[in-house]
Design a binder for this molecule. Structure first.
Ligand SMILES: [Fe+2]
Length: 193
């Protein structure tokens, strides 16, 4: 289930809003121009599914989004924990890649088929932390300042939608704001408190 936490951008110690009610989250995100949907989770995917398997499982919804939003590329990827030192190193590098505040020229449109990740949107003088879990589709509009935390042990399957080949290259703002806010690990640990 999704969890939305809102803080003033200058005060990570003050929580303005914290809700896991999907209808409340939808209202708040719609106001920001963020598309947010909950899809029924398809059971039975393997732990390390191919892109084709994931896309086939969500074919109807994927086709609808592609058609409605004009995407030309869609794929799926997974981060599946392993003790292999190479995986651990790769996971740390993957996490670090978009952990600092940035924008993209394209929308960042993601569906979580498994696991979780947190998008932090920095808009209107606030930070909106959206902890997405299986069944959540979230689209960060192009040019929105944001960062993403997949946690220190990334574990998720996500479908990615693209309008072109290089639209999701990160344009980094140079701000260190991301370092001040609760991480994926912290938000997950407090998930049910
Ligand atoms: Fe991003």
């Amino acid at each position: 289930m999704t969890l939305l936490t809102v803080w003033p951008d200058s005060d990570p110690g003050t929580v303005l809003t914290r809700t896991d009610v999907p209808s409340e989250i939808a209202v708040e995100l719609k106001r920001l121009g963020v598309r947010y949907e909950n899809w029924p989770v398809v059971e039975g995917l393997s732990a390390t599914p191919t892109s084709e398997e994931v896309l086939a499982a969500y074919r109807a919804q994927v086709d609808r989004v592609v058609e409605t939003e004009g995407y030309i590329l869609v794929d799926a990827m997974h981060m599946t924990p392993s003790d292999d030192p190479e995986w651990v190193e790769g996971a740390a590098a993957a996490r670090k890649k978009f952990l600092a505040e940035h924008t993209h020229d394209d929308d960042e449109d993601r569906f979580f088929a498994r696991g979780a990740g947190v998008f932090y949107l920095h808009v209107e003088g606030k930070v909106f932390g959206i902890l997405c879990e299986a069944g959540d589709l979230l689209s960060v509009p192009a040019n929105t300042t944001h960062w993403f935390d997949m946690g220190t042990t990334p574990d998720y399957v996500s479908i990615r939608f693209f309008h072109d080949d290089d639209g999701w290259v990160g344009n980094f703002t140079g701000s260190a704001i991301a370092l001040s806010f609760p991480t994926f690990d912290t938000l997950m640990a407090g998930r049910h408190s």
